[in-house]
Design a protein around this ligand. Sequence first.
Ligand code: PGA
Length: 222
Amino acid sequence: MNEPTPLVIANLKANKTLGEFTNWLEKVGTESANFTGTVVICPSFPFLAIASQKLAVGNWPLKLGAQDLSRFEQGAYTGEVAASQIASICQYVIIGHSERRQNFKEDDEVLFEKTTNAQKANLEIIYCVQSKKDEIPEGVKIVAYEPTFAIGTGNPDTPENVKIVARNIKKKKDITVLYGGSVASENVKSYLTKDEVDGILVGATNSLDPQKFVSILKSASF
Ligand code: PGA
């Protein structure tokens, strides 16, 4: 990855109305001006275009990502959003979040198809794995280790274990590794170690409140 680290992803999941989201974005945009890493905001699909316009006007140091994409390219797939459509608005996409794997039964076959589509569209993929056993598709450059027991529970994995998993992933490939699962301003520093854990993925627990998310950014500099 060529962007400065730490890389911090805000996954807002299926939360907020348009008005609530734009208020959130203005607060986070204004208060994140001094952050020296990279921040990627992942709102729901319908908010991506307005977010992209607001980022351009506000000149905030934020990037945009989608939370998912279709396994199909553009065509007769009602309700789907194709990689090339996402790439016309933003730079990043999350693939393989445990909520997609569990609630929508996405298996490796589907996730690998999504990865191929995202790669063809030149999207930067944030590929989520839940354990070191999960397969990582060829060419993926950013992996988020997110054990399910830690997501939304207030029970994060230990920094020691996260580092072991990160080293393991990096042994196989030159990859940017993130940790996700109950990351808060109080514990973020313990996960980030240069050349091992390069960033974090913050879900609904601490990203929905803009102040909580900004405090994570403030505590997250290397
Ligand atoms: P959490 O979620 O930060 O709310 O634990 C992480 C995630 O779902 O990616």
